[in-house]
Design a protein around this ligand. Structure first.
Ligand code: ZN
Length: 87
């Protein structure tokens, strides 16, 4: 019985997937009591889905209001970007 035990640690955090939907927006994030959530690879992709939903469900057309569109965009979360500053 040897005391040597090789710990098989696989702490690789980097999981590569084809779809990396890192952007997300939820109506709730914008203060709207709604459970709808949208995810995408880019802000535009998320915003596109959100705009359609908001127009149909909430009767607000984001595309006619730059302020609303900008606000919605500002509420988009970037889940993929770790906010650690690698100086
Ligand atoms: Zn909604």
């Amino acid at each position: 019985m040897s005391g040597t035990h090789i710990a098989d640690r696989t702490d690789s955090v980097s999981t590569r997937e084809e779809q990396t939907l890192t952007k997300s927006f939820a109506c709730a994030d914008a203060g709207v009591p709604c459970r709808a959530k949208f995810t995408g690879e880019t802000d535009e992709e998320v915003l596109e889905q959100a705009a359609e939903h908001v127009r149909k469900r909430h009767g607000v057309d984001l595309t006619v209001s730059r302020t609303l569109a900008a606000y919605a965009k500002s509420r988009i979360r970037d889940d993929g970007d770790g906010k650690d500053k690698a100086a």
